[in-house]
Design a protein around this ligand. Structure first.
Ligand code: SF4
Length: 332
């Protein structure tokens, strides 16, 4: 059995307004309205690539926009196209993403009927001041209520948070992460803010009222957030916007990097190594990390080893099966 996901984008459909950072068309690079035929074609293409195996571990996912707020008949037509693949056991379920204010009892029952198994909410922040400044049009309490309702219907919950929004400091993001952990979602996506042309954030940046966080600050912050979630048993399924679409041409500021997660994980290892080396005299050391984590300890273009060398530690990296993810042991 292979694990294969089908990701479909419902572009800027159903949104009651436009959030300060949003330019969905740039994010997806897909301008045409998704049709039920597109859903079937994508599922068939995925299945054909499996050479007769099933994708029973995978999902058909509707991202972008606010799925539960699109015109009801259109929403059902998309679900009707996807559901037969789940009923036949070819995919394990359907994942949708929506806004917290797009969740109520009626919609949960309907989604259940059509084989939806996981709901992701764009929470972005759990700070009402930050939500209002970024014109989200919902409150932190609505996120919490929606999470409780989603769980009560037995859906898997996913939460999406952003860092570096207008008016948001690092400590606000850490506090949002703590509140998200208390809500016990199964998955989290972290989207550091990327300022896209044509958005309110772009105007604020141009007028000098908003200075977006760059890559380095963002990497430092996410290197704290990722372990917070993982240590709480919450899977971090994405860090940073997907590259492609038209984001490359429309990103005007903020933290856009095609390998952002890799940079963050490298920083987690660097921070761990510095903690272990602190107090030790300069010299030659071996840094032991878990199996498969050597490149993260080394960092992109060996940046971690270079940083350590500049501090007087000449290090080489070795793997050791008995070592946990993000753990570093130091040997002379
Ligand atoms: S709710 Fe989502 S899709 Fe709608 S405007 Fe805001 S960020 Fe964009």
């Amino acid at each position: 059995m292979k694990h294969i996901n089908v990701a479909l984008f419902v572009v800027h459909k159903g949104c009651p307004h436009t959030c300060s950072f949003c330019n969905q068309r740039s994010i997806t690079g897909f301008q045409r309205e998704l049709t039920p035929g597109d859903v079937r074609a994508a599922a068939e293409t995925a299945l054909a690539s499996l050479d007769g195996e099933t994708a029973a571990g995978g999902e058909i996912a509707f991202f972008g926009g606010s799925f539960t707020m699109i015109e009801r008949g259109y929403m059902i037509s998309l679900l009707e196209a996807a559901y037969p693949y789940v009923k036949e056991g070819l995919f394990k379920g359907i994942r949708i993403s929506t806004r917290p204010d797009g969740i109520d009892e009626g919609i949960c029952s309907l989604l259940k009927e059509y084989g939806v198994t996981a709901i992701e909410l764009g929470a972005q922040s759990l700070d009402n001041r930050v939500l209002a400044l970024n014109e989200r049009g919902h409150t932190a309490e609505q996120v919490e209520d929606a999470c409780r309702m989603i769980a009560s219907y037995g859906f898997e919950t996913g939460l999406q948070m952003m860092t570096g929004l207008y008016g948001s400091r690092d400590e606000d993001s850490v506090e949002t992460a703590e509140k998200i952990i208390a809500l016990r979602p199964a998955t989290v996506r972290i989207y550091p803010t990327v300022v896209l042309k044509g958005t309110k954030l772009f105007e604020l940046m141009q007028s000098g009222e908003y200075e977006p966080a760059g890559i380095d600050e963002t990497v430092s912050l996410c290197a704290k957030l990722i372990p917070m979630f993982e240590n709480a048993g919450i899977k971090v399924i994405r860090v940073g916007l997907h590259s492609g679409g038209r984001v490359d041409g429309e990103a005007a500021g903020g933290a856009y990097h095609p390998a952002l997660r890799e940079l963050c994980e490298g920083r987690i290892y660097l921070d761990a190594a510095l903690r272990e080396l602190s107090g030790l005299p300069g010299g030659r050391y071996t840094l032991e990390v878990g199996k498969g984590h050597r490149s993260k300890m080394t960092g992109q273009k060996k940046i971690n080893l270079i940083t350590l060398r500049d501090k007087g530690y000449i290090c080489e990296v070795a793997e050791n099966e008995g070592i946990e993810k993000y753990e570093v042991r130091v040997r002379y």
